[in-house]
Structures are given as structure tokens and as C-alpha cells.
Design a protein around this ligand. Sequence first.
Ligand SMILES: [Cu+2]
Length: 589
Amino acid sequence: MGSRARMLLLNGLVAVLLVAGSVATAQAAAATSAQQLQQVAASLEMYVDPLPQMPKILGYGFQQGRVVPVNLTIGMFQKNWKFHRDLPATPVFVYGQCADSATFPGPTIVARHDVPLSVTWENHLPDRHILPWDPTVPTAIPKSGSGVPTVVHLHGSAHPPQSDGSAFAWFTSNFRETGPAWTQATYRYPNVQPPGNLWYHDHALGLTRANLLAGLLGAYLIEKPEVDGPMDLPCDADDLHLVVADRSFNSDGSLFMNATGNDPAAHPQWQPEYFGEAITVNGKAWPVLAVKRRRYRLRVLNASNARYFNVSLSNGLLPFHVVGSDSSYLAAPVTVTSLLIAPAEIFDIVVDFASSSPTAEIEMTNSAPYPFPTGAAPGPRTGKVMKFVVTANGPRDAPDNSTVPEREVPYANVASPGPTSATRYIAMYEYLTPSGQSTHLYINGLRLEDPVTETPRSGTTELWHVINLTGDNHPLHIHLGMFQAVKMQQLVDLQTFTDCMTAVNDAVKCGVNQHAVGDVVPVPDHEKTWKNVVKIPPGFMTTVVVAFKLVDTNQPYPFDASAEPGYVYHCHILDHEDNAMIRPLKLLP
Ligand SMILES: [Cu+2]
């Protein structure tokens, strides 16, 4: 990656707890140079694999015409997956109801509002990981020395803490070994929140970046016919998921993850951001989709470890009508020509291909620098995502009766959230060596295992002032709660403030009110809803309203959100989350 312009935060490097054992390298990936990775990616012809849709699993059943709850069993399997026509099938870790049907990404789970769903997540993974990992970041390490620790988090969902997928509730194959917070094999998702797009993915301590890179992720949606139906959005075959993720491949076609750290003296393997040379959508590198001249609903999830995407269609010629973000609808659609999507962020959009010529070929392009926002511009390959090929409508095609509705869901308190019960300062730090190499990142200067400091009362709304003292944008994610940015204001005299914060770690004592007086950048209209990922720009204080209640009814959760083991909030750049931009969140009753 080379040296990068970052703010120097010399806090005296915190001694890293060195766990005995060496970095596991399951393959000869170490030898692959950056140039070789680019060559492999460059050898792949774009737009040859059709975009797949993942199998759908219904998260409810029918009995005598009525919708009833079901129990699902979903496993994690190692299998071979073909990422491109010209790449050999290669080992991945993926979710599925059995190994044969498991996919990269996993099956899409379709749940119904107010119909609880139980899922027993089973680990059928082998004794050794297919990717390197690093025991010098806080990591789940099985005592036996074998097995791949995993645990599943349903991202964007309101559910009891015991079903949250605590990083400490990990388990290996057949529950042979379990982490200190593990209590149950079956997770219960009440699906009591408003309808929208969620996803499920691994959350094991210190292994999240490797387990997701290997393929442990999938889409989940909550439908609510009374809300979804009247909007007449494109449905069925015109309603598609696009799970976008960058990956690099070794010359033998296997998934590449670096085996050497950027500062091996601190961490033998860990690097601050993983950036892949190929862009996959639904598990295929640069796929192509044939579309008719009609409207399509596209549920776009950025499942990358660290890469932001700024997507547009043929450089802005065809607009996106944004109808939702993360797990919420907007109050009304917002039309944009480009969309900045952070890791773990979701945009629900409608694209109308009816205005395109019947032979048009429309590229989805990406212009987001990496790291975002001050890194390099994407190259000729990482600047492309996929292609749509418009085909003429056939005589037997059903007419397109879908709409981009004028109004959607007016969540009462989006614009004016009402009284807040607490105000907090949340500061993001990155720690660098004198030569500018990142060694770790913390929130509020604290580790995950330090005592909890964020203890909101269940049912309340809080105001969080998130202060980004690093050089990167960070996608802040919260479990259980939903939040939205209401103000983004630049910090002035940043170095003085950063020096004080690094020494004192107290925004009030460091005079935050004298520093948070710079330019105000407006929150984009298409992000003004209840989200679970908020982009936090560097050198800014971003004020975020955080709701710890159901945002459509204003009611408290119908479960005990204060139970053990609690929740977390963290940066969703997975390499940051693992080392260790993550803090506990414990609700009070
Ligand atoms: Cu981060």
C-alpha cells in the first residue's frame, strides 16, 4: 500500500498482547505480489458471467392460509466456488441449508414483519482456515489449536442480546469449543422492526475480516405487505439483490489475503485495510445482467472489508431513484446520479431502463478513492462494477405496472427526533508508528474489553457527537439501535485538538465547542432515514441521533434489551473492527 498521508497520532504505542503461536498461513498466498494480483485480475474478461441471484429461503411458513413462524437450520460449509468463467473453482466458506446449495454470498432469507424466526447456525467448517489470520489482534483462539471460530450477527436487526452474535459467543465445528459469551445454538429474530434490508454475516472476535473475506455473509430482508404493497415498487423478477465485494485472487484462482502485516513487528499479518483488485457482485467478478426496458428494484449492499464505492450508471447518464437505505425506507424517493456506499451500507434503489435504447449497454462504474476519501483513485478494473445489457421487450412480457412512489414511509421522528436523554462524545483514534504505519485503532482510546461506557436506557433517544481524529472516513455501525446523522461540522485547529484529545481523551476539557465551528456539510437527502451505518468523515464532528426503540411505533423493544452479553458499536471497515475499533454497548432497563 505504501506510505499514506495520515495524521500522526503518537500516543505511545500500546503494548500489544502477544499470544503464543504464529500466523496461520493455509496457503502459499504470501508469495503473491501486488503486481501478480493485478495481473490475475487483468486477465479476467469483464462482463462474461451472468449475474446470479442467490437462492431464497422463506423465514416463515403457511398453515391453513395463515403465516406462521418457522425454525431454520443454516450451516457454514467449505466448498469450491467459481468467481469467474476463467478462474478455477476455489475454496470458500459459505452459508447454506446444505453444502451443495451453499452460495457466495449465502442464501437470501426473506422474513415477515412480526413473525419471529429461529435460526440454528451450524459450523461445519474444517479445522484450518483457508485465509491467514493474526493472533496478535484480540482474537478467538480455540484451546485445541484447531477449528474455525464463527458466530453470526444479523446486521440491522432489533433482537435480544443473546441472539446478537457477540464476538465472544463464537463456536467451532459441532460446538466443540465455544467462546466465553456463548449461551445458545439457536438465535431468535423477532422481526418487530419496520420492513427493510438487512444482512447476516460473521462476527467472531478478531476473525471477522477473514471470515467475511472467505464468504460468510448473506442478505436478509423483512417484508411487510401493508407497507410494501401500496408502493408498487418493482417486484418478483424485477427485484434484485446486488451484493458487491472486492476480492483479489492468486494465480491459482484462490482467494488472496495478505499473510504479512504492514508493520510486522506489531502485527505479523494485520493490515489496516483490505482492497481487492477484482470487483465481484453476487459472487462473480464483473458480471453482466440482461434487463428489459422497464423498472428494476436493486438492493445494493457493499459487503467489502474496506472499499467504499461511489457508483453511477454510465457516468451519470441514468439516475438512481433511492427508496431506502440500510433497513429503512425513505420518507420519499430521492433521485441521484451517484451513490457513495460505505462498507456494510445498503441502498435500495429503482433504475428505469425504459428510457434506454433497446441495445444499450450500461456500465455501473466506481469512482471512490481507496482508502476513502484521500487514497488513490480506482484503476481501470476497480473502477468498474458490472454491466447491464438492455434487451427489447418481448410480446409476452408483462406490462410494467411498477412505480417510483411519490411518498413512502414518513417515520414521524426522522426530522425532529424529540427530546434526547443523553449526549455523548465518541472519538475515533488511529495509532501510528513514527514512520506512519498503522498499528491499531480505538474508539475513545479504549479497548473492547475495557468497562462499558455507553449505557443508554432502553426506549430512549440519545445524541452522539462522533469526532473523527483519523485520516479516513469510517462507517460507524451500531447493533440494536438505529441512527442518523443530523449535522456534519468540520473541526478547526485540528492538530491542537487532536494533540489534546490524544493526551486527555476528553472532548469537553479539550474545548470541543471552540473546534467544532468549521464548515457544515449537509447530510445527503437520501441518507435522512433511520440507518445502521453512518459515514463519519475525517476531521469532522458528526452529530448522530441514536434511537434505542422501535422507530415506526416509538414503542420500546418487546424483549429485554438489557440482558447479557449486551451489544456493541463499531467501525465496519472489518480490518478496523478487528483491531479494535469496537466498544461494548449495554442497555439499561
Ligand atoms: Cu474504521
